[in-house]
Design a binder for this molecule. Structure first.
Ligand code: GDP
Ligand code: GDP
Length: 446
């Protein structure tokens, strides 16, 4: 058991560069995933990876201070939850504008909260002398870290300073490959994600009320999030709560407000994410954002459209069409239509969950991968570009969860996206991969 993925919140007055910094920090992770059709990103929450470390970034956004209210009251309203959920706060100030009264107010507020704070002097491009940001030491928040979000300068030091406040264990090999938060103890960690009222608690209670499930103890479970370990047909699972569930007698009830941060942490800590949708509402903007987080996390995913019982024909058609239109980037996910309340279709989910797990953890032997690669090329070779034709020589597995296939060869920079998708589809079919993203990495030798 590892700790939940750390959360870093960006706080500061308007126009200091928070959203620019947010984009910089989260782009490190976006870069691992293609921008796929239909994919929209949440502008306030994102996943980041620097130096083998995963963390969650929250931009507390642009609150406008009003004359009567003062910046801190205004901020307290909109950012309280984000700051409360953060492990460390990046307090962003603008070196070009200099220290302002509002900065003083925010600093006082943050000091009262007692959270670890890193003071970030943004827009410091071209500045070398610490004298240029010396006035910010007045805020009494310790060291000032100069960065330029716009020019991408100082970010590595900033991330190091932020993560240094968290006493994290050293990142290990596995986390560098994207396996953070999952020891390989054969337990399938499952997160049930979805916006409020899609039926997460109803489904979980329907499952847990079954006799087929046997509880067992798992060391280190439960601190802040509910984790329910159980066994089903000889397989061990751990359910990671995203719904803010608390046990009330025999059943679980959602008692907390929906939290994007908790959802993100649960996704990061899972092997498989079951994304629940509501048949009577189709795919909403919030559903699409959660789906985007799952894609970025690289986790395996199973889609279930709940409340099928309550949807009429028109709603059912609409729901199916909105899945095609808005969640096209999760085409690899098995799709189920269920009713948690009437317990219809909920057993069949387990088959998909297990397959999605096995697909994420698959071991692909080098000789087989190379043979499949040669077959794919024989069937359809990559296009010649000018005088060069890319030469794909051999392939090996570069990681799991999600699986990565590394292809070696020459002139691979000329392999186009369409051909890459063709290869992905061939490998997917050959290994019968379901639910998991599959990453193809091309490495040119010359
Ligand atoms: P927010 O309101 O705090 O989210 O600020 P934004 O990220 O929207 O940035 C406000 C303005 O500052 C925009 O015009 C940015 O282009 C600019 N900006 C952000 N970072 C930098 C930087 O590192 N250097 C300079 N010179 N401008 C920046
Ligand atoms: P959560 O916020 O995602 O945990 O959602 P809940 O499990 O609390 O469900 C929200 C509401 O939807 C409750 O009134 C449930 O009874 C209802 N609900 C859940 N599943 C179904 C279903 O399959 N069909 C119908 N018609 N209603 C459902």
């Amino acid at each position: 058991m590892t700790a939940p993925t750390p959360v870093v919140a960006l706080v500061g007055r308007p126009n200091v560069g928070k959203s620019t910094l947010f984009n910089r920090l989260t782009r490190s992770r976006d870069a691992l995933v293609a921008d796929l059709p239909g994919l929209t990103r949440d502008r306030h929450y994102g996943q980041a990876r620097w130096g083998g470390r995963d963390f969650i970034v929250v931009d507390t956004g642009g609150f406008e201070p009003s004359a009567e209210q003062g910046i801190v009251r205004e901020m307290a309203k909109q950012t309280r939850q984000a700051v409360a959920e953060a492990d460390v706060v990046l307090f962003v100030v603008d070196v070009r504008a200099g220290l302002t009264a509002q900065d003083h107010d925010i600093a006082a507020y943050l000091r009262r909260l007692g959270k670890p704070v890193v003071l970030v002097a943004n827009k410091a491009e071209g500045m070398r002398e610490s004298g240029q940001w010396a006035e910010f030491y007045e805020l009494g928040l310790g060291d000032v870290v100069p960065v330029s979000a716009a020019h991408g300068q100082g970010l590595r030091s900033l991330v190091e300073a932020a993560l240094a406040r968290l006493n994290l264990p050293e990142p290990d090999e596995a986390s560098a490959e994207g396996n953070q938060a999952r020891g390989d103890d054969g337990v399938i960690r499952l997160a049930v994600a979805g916006r409020p009222n899609v039926g997460k608690s109803t489904l979980i209670n329907a499952w847990l009320g079954e006799e087929r499930l046997v509880a067992f103890d798992l060391p280190g479970t439960t601190r802040d999030a509910i984790r329910v370990p159980f066994e089903r047909q000889g397989r061990r699972f751990e359910l990671i709560d995203t719904a803010g569930l608390r046990r009330k007698g025999k059943v679980f009830q959602a008692v907390e407000k929906f939290s994007v941060v908790k959802t993100l942490q649960a996704i990061e800590g899972a092997h498989v994410v079951l994304l629940l949708l509501d048949a009577t509402e189709g795919v909403t903007e919030q559903d699409a954002h959660i789906a985007g987080f799952i894609l970025d996390s690289g986790r395996s995913v199973v889609l279930a459209v709940n409340k099928w019982d309550a949807a009429d024909d028109y709603q059912r058609q609409l729901a199916q069409r909105s899945i095609e239109a808005r969640l096209g980037f999760l085409k690899h996910a098995p799709l189920h239509f269920i009713s948690a309340r009437q317990r219809q279709g909920i057993q069949a989910l387990w088959g998909s969950i297990v397959r999605a797990y096995e697909s994420a953890m698959i071991k692909m032997p080098t000789p087989l991968l190379t043979r499949l690669l040669h077959e794919a090329v024989a069937f359809q070779a990559p296009k010649r570009v000018g005088h060069v034709r890319p030469k794909l020589r051999y392939a090996h597995q570069g990681g799991s969860n999600p699986p990565v296939i590394v292809i070696h060869g020459n002139a691979l920079e000329h392999v186009g996206d369409a051909y890459r998708r063709y290869l992905e589809a061939r490998f997917r079919k050959a290994f019968d991969l379901v639910g998991t993203p599959l990453r193809i990495e091309l490495r040119t030798q010359d």
